[in-house]
Design a protein around this ligand. Structure first.
Ligand code: NAD
Length: 328
């Protein structure tokens, strides 16, 4: 676009995840990587050589040659980089969370609207094939249990676990439960770092749905699970293993196919139909970057847009505030 028919995309921050952004973007036919920028010269040089792409010594030069940018720097720099990218009229993809500061996030949203530029935020679980399978089911949950547990990793510790891990689940539930929040209770503990490492929040919605979220970055095992309970229906999504399982209660056997039936009760028998749809494992990062490109090409609002990211951040910061106030 700026200089050719392809969309020119720059990548800012080519550390652990930025490297994957470059890898996936380089496979999208409509994209040409305009270049990269990283404050770590050695990292920038390595990626520049590996992919034969220019490495710029300042953000401005990169943005000048870019229609869009992928911002994959630590969270505390998201605002500064994204704000500058918007000054250069670039569409922006920002890794999650959008920023660590609500006012900054709102300023980015306002500026992107004024400049008619897209903001997509890296709430990648919405592109997880198991979650996409869930979206096809009629959902009216009364209770949702979310677990996101990860072993300790020094990366991402510049923010509390609520902004690093729980934010994924907050984005998910705010897209699933279409109701305003009535009340939040939260508790968390700093175990290893100077910010909260393990957190639990209980969110009650106006439609009476209750969500219980637990996020830990000091777990021995990895778990990313969502369990939804609604009338006569239980659904579980394993984001890590990319599995969806469904148990639906029927009162009559003739309504359901013969396979996978569990009978319960004696006189008033009930029949539980178990389903485990075949889910094709796709690379969620590739899907979300493709979605970003399609949104730019068709001038569509991305599904993980700036507005939904600001809402998830607002709830995350409220949870953090409740935890800090609870400590006093
Ligand atoms: P990282 O530390 O491995 O990489 C960050 C890179 O950014 C480093 O190379 C660093 O030198 C560079 N950098 C730092 N400040 C910069 C600046 N101002 N300008 C240019 N470059 C700068 O971190 P990471 O694990 O790749 O995380 C980066 C971002 O991705 C964070 O926002 C994190 O929350 C997010 N992330 C998202 C997911 C997900 O599931 N979507 C997973 C991991 C990380």
């Amino acid at each position: 676009m700026k200089n050719s028919n392809s969309i020119q995309i720059g990548v800012v921050g080519v550390g652990h995840l930025g490297n994957f952004h470059v890898k996936q973007l380089s496979k999208i036919p409509e994209v040409e990587i305009s270049g990269i920028f990283d404050i770590n010269i050695d990292t920038a040089k390595k990626i520049s050589q590996e992919y034969s792409i220019p490495s710029y010594s300042d953000l401005e030069s990169l943005f000048e040659f870019s229609d869009a940018v992928s911002i994959v720097t630590p969270t505390n720099s998201h605002y500064e980089v994204a704000n500058k990218a918007l000054d250069f009229n670039c569409h922006i993809f920002i890794e999650k969370p959008i920023t660590d500061n609500l006012d900054h996030a709102k300023l980015l949203l306002k500026k992107s609207k004024q400049r008619k530029k897209i903001i997509q935020v890296g709430h990648i679980e919405r592109f997880n094939p198991a979650f996409i399978a869930l979206e096809k089911i009629d959902l009216m949950p009364h209770f949702i249990e979310m677990h996101r547990l990860a072993p300790f990793n020094p990366r991402g510790n510049d923010v509390p676990v609520i902004l690093d891990l729980m934010i994924h689940d907050l984005d998910i539930i705010l897209s699933v439960v279409q109701s305003d929040i009535k009340d939040i209770k939260a508790k968390g503990v700093k175990v290893v770092t100077n910010t909260v490492d393990i957190a639990n929040a209980r969110i009650e919605f106006e439609n009476k749905c209750v969500v219980n979220l637990t996020a830990s970055r000091i777990s021995q095992k990895e778990m990313r699970k969502m369990r939804l309970f609604q009338n006569d229906h239980y659904i579980t999504v394993d984001f890590h293993k990319c599995i969806l399982e469904e148990y639906k209660v029927h009162s009559k056997k003739e309504n359901i196919p013969n396979n996978n039936i569990i009978e319960i009760g004696k006189d008033n028998k009930k029949y539980i139909l178990y389903k485990k749809p075949k889910i094709e494992k796709l690379d969620a990062l590739r899907s979300e970057l493709n979605h970003f490109i399609n949104s730019i090409q068709n001038n569509n609002n991305p599904k993980t847009d700036g507005t939904s990211a600001v809402y998830a951040l607002e709830v995350a910061l409220e949870i953090e505030k409740l935890i800090i106030n609870n400590e006093k």
